[in-house]
Write a protein that binds this ligand. Structure first.
Ligand code: HEM
Length: 349
């Protein structure tokens, strides 16, 4: 083989590698969802959401993190069916009243319902609350500096609330070892450890209350892997084991969706045990290092994993309903007034 031929062969291989890695990989879509689901019946859907959230975030940036977390907590409990948005009733408390959800930000629920209002005014009651949540999570990331990506739509809203015990059992615990978290995610269908690491990258924005990390700062479970200067600054935020206060989850760039969260982990500056252990555990450490070194790779893997997460146990077709108020199941009256689905059929309830 002459040298100019081998040089061009190598360049061809390099170019195709670049093309392969720069193409946005997308997981296979679940039947019933499609990127174009609302293209003709609600063309203004995505603009309504992005414009409104841009306005909200300009004065209350914490809502971006709040909305991203809602999508995660909705999808892990019973699938992405909007059941987290349902208020409790005489028959039982709502998912929002279960402990891991007590630190969700109440205003995020108001924002989602306001968006539902605007969208249903523009297009009729054809877009589900669960689709709105998935789009809000995408825009929370994009408007914080993260990747933009297309969201498959066509989810329908569930009519059943999860019990308190089911909610607790289906959300991961911040003190769990990585082996347990990997299994926990795999049982949901997020079966590659990269899903756990990429999705934990959601902690590049937002905050945590002291109660979720104070155990690492004081005896008897003081964490030796935490950077001592950093631990001191966290003790100033949470001056006692029962203190109430907040720390950003990414202390380097708390309001920017970027890969600096992973760099903080390399420096022993993760806030939650479940964050820092991604670096101390040998299974996930190489993935943390690769994301810390390459933000583009993190963004690609994040998009892949959040799309997978957004399709967990979705209701489609004639399952569930399109809620006319995200916090309540449709009643016969609300349904007759407005509940007509995309195909012009009455929504099931
Ligand atoms: C290993 C799994 C995870 C655990 C154990 C976990 C745990 C937590 C905890 C304890 C908090 C702080 C709550 C408090 O205020 O005390 C939090 C906040 C947050 N989590 Fe996670 N999380 C996990 C995965 C995820 C995923 C997959 C996402 C989304 C892709 C996510 C997004 C967020 C966001 C954005 C916040 C900040 C919320 C705010 O500022 O209002 N988390 N998480």
């Amino acid at each position: 083989m002459n040298s100019s031929y081998s040089v061009s062969l190598i360049s061809l291989v390099l170019v195709s590698c670049i093309l392969v890695t720069s193409a946005q990989p997308t997981p296979p879509l679940v039947g019933g969802l499609s990127f174009d689901f609302h293209r003709t019946n609600c063309p203004s859907l995505e603009t309504i959401i992005r414009d409104y959230l841009r306005e909200i975030f300009s004065s209350d940036f914490g809502m971006a993190a709040g909305l991203l977390r809602i999508h995660f907590h909705d999808c892990f409990v019973q699938g992405c069916d909007g059941s987290l948005l349902l208020a409790g009733s005489a028959s039982g408390p709502g998912e929002q009243e279960a402990p891991p959800n007590l630190t969700l930000r109440p205003r995020t629920f108001v924002i989602i319902n306001e968006l539902r209002n605007r969208i249903h005014r523009a297009c009729g009651s054809i877009v589900s609350c669960s689709d709105i949540v998935a789009l809000c999570a995408r825009d929370a990331v994009f408007l914080s500096g993260g990747p933009d990506y297309r969201v498959p739509l066509g989810r329908r809203d569930g009519v059943n609330l999860a019990t308190r015990d089911d909610t607790l059992a289906n959300l991961p615990f911040f003190d769990s070892p990585i082996s347990e978290l990997i299994k926990f995610f795999a049982d949901k269908g997020l079966n590659d450890p990269t899903d756990l690491v990429a999705l934990s990258g959601g902690h590049t924005i937002g905050r945590s209350t002291c109660s979720s990390f104070v155990g690492r700062l004081y005896p008897p479970n003081q964490d030796p892997t935490i950077d001592p200067i950093f631990a001191e600054s966290l003790r100033r935020i949470c001056p006692s084991p029962t203190a109430s206060g907040f720390s950003p989850l990414d202390i380097r760039t708390p309001n920017v969706f970027d890969n600096q969260y992973f760099v903080a982990l390399q420096n022993g500056r993760g806030i939650l045990n479940s964050d820092q252990r991604l670096f101390t555990d040998p299974t996930t450490r190489p993935i943390v290092n690769s994301f810390a070194n390459n933000q583009t790779l993190f963004f690609e893997r994040y998009v892949f994993s959040i799309l997978k997460m957004g399709m967990l146990n979705v209701l489609t077709g004639t399952q569930g309903q399109i809620r006319t108020d995200c916090s309540r199941r449709n009643t016969v009256t609300t349904h007759l007034a407005t509940g007509v689905d995309q195909q012009g059929e009455t929504a099931a309830f």
